[in-house]
Design a protein around this ligand. Structure first.
Ligand code: ADP
Ligand code: MG
Length: 352
């Protein structure tokens, strides 16, 4: 549990800002031909190659978005990059460049920040993205990480949130609710550890959901699969705040309603098992948990045959007219209105 325990500690102050930047960005090779100039000049230079450019930023604040008592810095780096890649995938694009801004307090050693960058670089390697710049500054308390991603898509490829239509099918990739159950387990073990530092964390059999929380992936593979079978989603979003809140974005944006069937919601057995241990309804983890970074998208009914045998994609319901509202249908025939209680960082008074 002690992610911050340093083996060796070198002070960043000995290197200075430029030394640190050089240490973190040395040996970076550019992979995309659109990345003309990366780290080193006043700005990166990116060729738009006659495509549309997609840009998205996420700012992560220690204690609000991540907890270093159970988040290894390498995982944190990986996740901060990947959640940005996911936003580009959700537009049906390909992430190509990122810039990374960090603010660090003197609590962090050079080794710690190097670990963070190892994670960022690993994500960049896996998704073939170039780290082309950033900013490095000090903070009085805590760690701040701001990642901006730039992606691209052909002009007719971009998929928006507000373009779904009545009768279209609602699909989701992978399984849902796991990241939230992973978070609950980590929070539980943190409390146990606080009460008794000699207790070993009990994480047996939990690997899957812990990985869902600590090391999520962006579903670029799903974007490629859909393209390969000739489906362009009619709308798409990535599930960062929970299915409830993200389907609401599509419905509200597109001015339609939806009907989702709870028995079609994809869940991993470990998610279901852990939810039962915590005595919560696994559907709640799916609807309101968040951070699964799966893709939620709509397709035309006539595309059903193309998608029905693709493994890892579930059809969970369909779009209705706006006046029918947004509902979950249970196997015993009950209809429950969908309300977003998901993660709204600004509205919430405490984290989930
Ligand atoms: P300036 O003073 O012009 O803002 P900096 O000294 O902040 O320049 O940055 C020098 C170069 O290093 C720039 O190319 C910048 O994009 C890059 N850089 C700075 N900090 C980081 C970082 N944390 N990660 C990646 N690149 C960085
Ligand atoms: Mg700067």
């Amino acid at each position: 549990m002690q992610a911050m325990e340093d083996k060796k500690r070198s002070e960043i102050s000995e290197l200075g800002e430029f030394g640190l930047i050089d240490h973190l960005t040395r040996n970076i090779k550019l992979r995309n031909k659109s990345s003309l100039v990366g780290v080193g000049d006043d700005a990166a230079v990116i060729d738009h190659e006659n495509k549309l450019k997609l840009v998205s930023t996420d700012l992560l604040v220690e204690g609000v978005h991540f907890d270093l008592s159970y988040t290894p810095l390498k995982h944190l780096g990986y996740k901060s990059a990947v959640v940005n890649f996911s936003d580009i995938c959700a537009m049906n694009g390909k992430p190509e460049q990122i810039t990374v801004g960090i603010a660090i307090s003197n609590r962090f050693s050079l080794e710690a920040i190097t670990e963070l960058y190892e994670g960022i670089k690993l994500a960049c390697e896996k998704y073939q993205v170039d780290l082309v710049g950033g900013d490095t500054t000090s903070s009085l308390s805590g760690l701040f990480i701001s990642v901006t991603v730039i992606g691209s898509a052909e002009k007719d490829e971009v998929v928006y949130r507000n373009t779904a239509k009545e009768y279209e099918l609602i699909c989701v990739s992978g399984d849902l609710g796991g990241a939230y159950m992973g978070l609950l387990v980590l929070e539980r073990e943190k409390q146990v550890f606080k009460a008794n530092p000699d207790m070993q964390p009990d994480l047996k059999g939990m690997d899957y959901i812990l990985e869902r929380q600590l090391k999520p992936e962006a579903r670029q593979d799903v974007v490629n699969t859909l393209r390969g079978i000739g489906i362009k989603p009619t709308s798409m979003i990535d599930i960062s705040d929970g299915l409830a809140s993200d389907i609401m974005h599509i419905c509200k944006g597109s001015d339609i309603g939806c009907l989702i069937f709870t028995d079609k919601l994809p869940m991993d057995p470990v998610t279901i098992q852990t939810a039962s241990e915590f005595q919560i309804d696994p559907n709640t983890a799916v609807m309101n948990g968040g951070e699964d970074y799966e893709l939620l998208f709509t397709i035309r009914q006539e595309d059903y045959d193309k998608i029905k045998d693709i493994s890892g994609i579930s059809v969970i319901g369909h779009m209705t007219d706006a006046s029918s509202g947004m509902y979950l249908s249970t196997p015993d025939g009950k209809a429950v209105e969908i309300k977003a209680q998901g993660w709204d960082g600004l509205k919430k008074t405490e984290s989930p």
